[in-house]
Design a protein around this ligand. Sequence first.
Ligand SMILES: C[S@@+](CC[C@H](N)C(=O)[O-])C[C@H]1O[C@@H](n2cnc3c(N)ncnc32)[C@H](O)[C@@H]1O
Length: 410
Amino acid sequence: MSPPGTDWVAWHRQYEAEGPLSRRLATVQAHIDRILDQGTSPFRVLSLCSGDGRDLVGPVARHASSVRVEGRLVELDPVLSAAARASIAAAGLDGLEVREADAGAASAADGAVPANLVLLCGIFGNVSDADIERTIRAAPMLCAPGARVIWTRHRREPDLTPAIRRWFEESGFEHEAFDSIADSTGSVGVERLVGSIEAFDPSLRLFRFRETTGYWLDDLEASAPDVVAAFRGIEEGKFISVRREVRRRTSTGSAPAIVAQLAAVAGAFDILLAQLPDRAFREPGGEGDWNVAEAIGHTAHARAGLALAAALAASDRWPVDAPPVVPGVPGAAAASRDELRRRIAMSQRSIERASRSIAGHETDPCPLEHPLVGRLRCGEWLLFAGVHDLMHLEQLHAIAAGPRVVASPA
Ligand SMILES: C[S@@+](CC[C@H](N)C(=O)[O-])C[C@H]1O[C@@H](n2cnc3c(N)ncnc32)[C@H](O)[C@@H]1O
């Protein structure tokens, strides 16, 4: 059975380009390598929601001559399970098996515990806070004495990683490592069981993956509520309500929360950019005669530009001769997928820098004007940058959904 909503096979394509997810993978693998360096045979592993198993298979293959690794990968998606089996076979790792099952049911781990290493990667961003806590409190029953647990989670506000680390501590784990993934909200944690192990209870429910609707805007709403709410006016053809919502949702001190939402929007772009077929970049981009690459380059430029303009006004550095009207500049028509992903990531860094000048000055006036909403206040431009983003993200989703159906952001 495939998990509903998200196309996890498409999601895995993000690994094919340099980006936050491939950097997270490298961090997880470095920890597995380090742990296997100290491992003794037989070393037992358990990976829940393993995807195609690429985090584990490489390090285990690298250590094949020094330590025998045995264990189980649990993955619900049949295509990813098959991919995991294929790479395990290609690497000649006969100690690893893949079970196509619901990893949220503890029974999926029956016979594969206690493990010396438990991977909980790509789970905590997709289940409820209560399920995260439940899974962590149940983790000792999956572990051998001294076992490590490697977990991942984004740090978008409200950042749950401090609570995650506390729940591990309260469950008998000692904190070993916490890595923030550069230029993203991703993070990787490693905990070591120093407390007592617990009897395995296969009847326990650990977590349920959050249902995604399969509609990109609804799915984005959880991590970018103000941006999505303001954008809905455009969806309904009511531009006046965009202006109203942008004003209603901006106040002194609102900038950090809006920047976190813009990071979620940048993440949604990144996922979609990773998934689009190569040919899509040269297709009509939904705006004038621009192609997709031009439209995405324009989006990256616009979101950084709006934030910079607002920052200049907020810090009384608005150039006297600057034109007040935002020009619509296309990006480079031949830009590659990787270049565009980099541009979006860079635009988010520019926004974060600019927001430091805007913070506290959100309601200050700004001379800038946009054809769609006229003149806004400094902090309002940050929120409007997100609305503008979504106009182009919507076009991209339409292009991606064209003849083939591609996943919504997860
Ligand atoms: C975010 S991906 C993470 C994959 C891998 N752990 C990684 O970090 O690259 C989540 C994975 O969980 C799988 N999944 C979703 N619900 C599941 C469930 N109930 N049981 C097992 N796997 C599930 C998806 O198919 C997907 O491969």
